[in-house]
Design a protein around this ligand. Structure first.
Ligand code: KG4
Ligand code: ZN
Length: 332
């Protein structure tokens, strides 16, 4: 079975081919970052229009890269939600139509399911496990019992971790999206200069709150000399606070569920401090941490092709030619 995956939930157009025998054959990604940077955030209408422009050419490139024809495709998986409705509709319309034209099944996939399965693109991983999903739109701890059996353990009550990274980066003048830029700058920061709070770590439970940290960063910045070293020091203090908070809540989730395997996925799982600290902490609690390769932490078509492959193997597919987008859609 050869599955085409299509991802268009936000500002990345991603396509990939996953083969039952050979695994991932190839993937293509087009990022709209440059398009939105001048506005300081994603402009939904521009995102949809750019997906329209880029999706089909990207698909052609993918087929060429993998030396495949359209007729070789056995099924099409597309991101059905959550995300920006116009952007989602582009992938859904193209995916569903292409499947119809080829006479093959189509399958709408949950974007966060794609993220949480992404480590399996490279390494085998058995269920059950705990997943920390940290992206621009979500911060969730999920107990993953099996494919399609997800139980929400905790989530952010305000900003997602990636959103907090982006907003803090913006107020420090690092542009948009600034999560990765902030993380790089943090390496030059002096860790002892500022100490930021670890929000909600004194509360029992597994929920998160990151919006206060961004305000803390703003106040600290406004009351400082606003020089380059201070910018790096604030970036460093902010990153440490987010990472420590995530690590502590993960540890609690592992204790609560008695599970040993932890998956981190979504854009913020690219953060090296988070990976290092979690791996170190997991060794203490006798567990193991799994994360996707860097290019599959952020949005991509490969994770959608793979999730689609697993769902289709279970005999799941869209029941008819109708399709819709689900901009708000709970995984659990
Ligand atoms: O999963 P993703 O590509 O898109 C969503 O589904 O939201 O995640 C994007 C988020 C952005 O907020 C970005 O700033 C953040 O992931 N991000 C990072 C890093 N790389 C990407 N945050 C912290 N450190 C990084 N190295
Ligand atoms: Zn994502």
């Amino acid at each position: 079975m050869l599955v085409l995956g299509i991802e268009t939930s936000c500002d990345e157009t991603g396509v990939a081919l996953y083969d039952e025998q050979q695994g991932l054959l190839g993937h293509q990604l087009y990022s709209q970052v440059a398009l939105h940077a001048q506005y300081g955030g994603v402009v939904p209408e521009l995102a949809s229009r750019d997906h329209v422009r880029k999706l089909i050419p990207l698909l052609e490139q993918l087929l060429q890269q993998c030396d495949k024809q359209r007729a070789d495709i056995d099924a099409v998986a597309y991101t059905q939600g959550p995300g920006l409705i116009g952007a989602l509709l582009v992938g859904a319309a193209v995916g569903r139509s292409l499947a119809w034209a080829l006479g093959v099944p189509a399958m709408g996939i949950h974007h966060m399911e794609g993220h949480l399965l992404a480590p399996m693109l490279d390494n085998p991983l058995d269920f059950p496990f705990v997943a920390l999903l940290v992206s621009g739109g979500h911060t969730q701890l999920m107990q993953v019992n099996a494919l399609a059996d997800y139980q929400l353990l905790g989530e952010s009550i305000d900003d997602a971790a990636g959103e907090a990274f982006d907003k803090t980066a913006k107020l420090l003048g690092l542009g948009y999206p600034g999560g990765a830029v902030l993380a790089k700058l943090a390496q030059q920061g002096q860790p002892e200069r500022y100490h930021f709070p670890r929000p909600m770590t004194r509360h029992a439970g597994l929920n998160f709150s990151f919006s206060g940290l961004k305000t803390f960063a703003l106040t600290t910045w406004q009351n400082s000399a606003q020089d380059a070293q201070t910018r790096a020091d604030i970036a460093c203090a902010f990153e440490q606070a987010v990472v420590d908070t995530l690590v502590l809540k993960c540890q609690r989730a592992m204790q609560q569920t008695q599970l040993k395997r932890l998956v981190i996925a979504g854009g913020v799982s690219a953060n090296l401090q988070l990976r290092q600290k979690l791996t170190f902490a997991a060794a203490r609690w006798g567990g193991q941490v799994y994360y996707p390769r860097l290019e599959f932490c952020t949005d991509n078509g490969a994770m959608i092709a793979y999730a689609g492959f697993l769902r289709l193997k279970r005999g799941e597919f869209d029941p008819d030619l109708r399709f819709n987008a689900r901009p708000r859609w709970s995984l659990s």
